[in-house]
Design a protein around this ligand. Structure first.
Ligand SMILES: Cc1cc2nc3c(=O)[nH]c(=O)nc-3n(C[C@H](O)[C@H](O)[C@H](O)COP(=O)(O)OP(=O)(O)OC[C@H]3O[C@@H](n4cnc5c(N)ncnc54)[C@H](O)[C@@H]3O)c2cc1C
Length: 379
């Protein structure tokens, strides 16, 4: 492996975080090699729709990505409206002036975020090695291996339909315990899912209920349905650095603990890790995530803690507290904004009960630490 301080920066994982890292490394004039264990990018996904959230900052997320060196041309479609159903099935339409989120497709095929990032990385001169599993980085590098545990799962259907483009969500423990259900339609394609934060073993039952719910409420019609699913992992690391090895994206736990919108932090943390390592200043990355990601993630983790205690009665009250004429982006931004009380509660209670999965023992060069014995002085 080439040295992180030399010409080549090694990156493990060709997800959004790894490809964003490769773009940043190339922009800094260094060589980037991305090792991906699967045969192509996006194979963790199945052509499903995902939302790139646009509510945690006043500006547009696409501008933020452009500033980080990622050309925001992924075939995304701006969505300004969501119809949210309360636990009784009562709908509320939320509309925002600026896009609430940008709809993207995930997977290896054309028109996906993954294929667009791959094309950008290749055009920038990064080398992508597929079918290449890496477990050690003796000379340092960037680890963007994705999740290592399921804290939440999404399961559902991908299908074709004649329904009009729309985004629907429903909050009810009957449909998705401690999570939410969603139905996204765009250009004759649809994604329906139950996003569960509990009771994973009954996922099929929840998916069947979500399907029945949307059939009854919005006239869901699915042609050629295929099952899909996946999992997400979130925690806050104590450090995302082990010497010259930096961790980014979900491998570092950078995810939205409230609702699982991890794409934005994957892209931004990957780019920041790439910049820091390419510049030979890995410590800059610790500063980046502690300042830019940690405050919001601590707040979102406390929000999750509160959300899990609401139950259907609480969800109903929260949904109907939204002002009818307000902009949902403002409301969501306030909910995610770092707040002293929520951060203190995170540190005093919520965070103490979370076990950071990332255990970056100094002195070991595993991408995912399997050798605690080194840290404990045993060889
Ligand atoms: C069903 C589902 C729906 C989601 N919906 C949304 C959404 O609407 N909005 C949103 O913002 N987020 C969403 N997310 C989360 C989002 O997809 C992730 O946060 C994001 O993909 C994380 O990117 P990443 O680059 O960190 O990891 P990944 O995308 O997981 O990429 C990691 C890559 O590393 C590779 N790899 C792993 N180990 C090795 C190794 N040892 N050697 C080489 N390669 C390796 C993997 O094969 C993979 O390609 C969703 C997730 C799921 C599962």
């Amino acid at each position: 492996m080439a040295e992180a301080g030399g010409q080549v920066v090694e990156i493990v994982g060709a997800g959004p975080a790894g490809l964003a890292a490769a773009l940043a490394v190339r922009a800094a004039g260094r060589e980037a090699v991305v090792h991906e264990r699967r045969a192509d990018v996006g194979l963790r996904f199945h052509g499903d729709f995902q939302g790139l959230e646009n509510w945690t900052t006043p500006g547009d997320v696409l501008d933020e990505l452009a500033a980080a060196g990622i050309v925001p041309e992924f075939g995304q479609v701006p969505f300004h409206e969501v119809t949210l159903f309360d636990p009784d099935g009562v709908p509320r339409l939320f509309r925002s002036e600026a896009p609430l989120f940008h709809l993207l497709r995930r997977g290896p095929g054309p028109g996906t975020l993954d294929a667009a990032l791959k094309a950008q990385a290749l055009a920038a001169g990064a080398e992508l090695r597929f079918g290449d599993t890496v477990s050690r980085l003796p000379q340092g590098g960037i680890v963007t291996e994705g999740p290592h545990r399921a804290d939440a799962i999404a399961a559902g259907w991908l299908f074709e339909t004649d329904m009009a483009d729309a985004a629907y969500a429903a909050i009810s423990d009957r449909l998705a315990p401690k999570g939410y259900a969603y139905l996204l339609i765009q250009g004759g394609q649809g994604t329906l899912a139950s996003c569960l934060f509990d009771d994973f073993h009954r996922e099929r039952e929840y998916v069947a209920r979500v399907e029945a719910f949307f059939r009854a409420r919005v006239g869901l019609v699915m042609r050629n349905p295929r099952r899909f699913g996946g999992s997400g992992n979130f925690f806050l690391p104590r450090t995302a650095r082990k010497g010259n090895i930096l961790y980014a994206g979900e491998a570092a736990g950078f995810q939205d603990p409230l609702f699982g919108f991890g794409l934005r932090s994957a892209l931004l943390s990957g780019a920041a890790a790439g910049r820091a390592l390419a510049a030979g200043r890995p410590a800059d990355y610790e500063t980046f995530w502690r300042e830019r990601l940690r405050p919001r993630q601590e707040t979102a983790a406390t929000n999750r803690w509160l959300y899990e205690r609401l139950g259907d009665r609480g969800y109903r009250a929260v949904i109907h507290r939204f002002p009818a004429d307000g902009d949902p982006r403002d409301y969501l931004r306030r909910a995610y904004a770092p707040r002293l009380l929520k951060r203190l509660w995170y540190r005093a209670w919520v965070g103490r009960r979370q076990q950071p999965l990332l255990q970056p023992h100094p002195g070991c060069d595993c991408t995912w630490c399997r050798c605690r014995h080194l840290a404990e002085g045993r060889s």
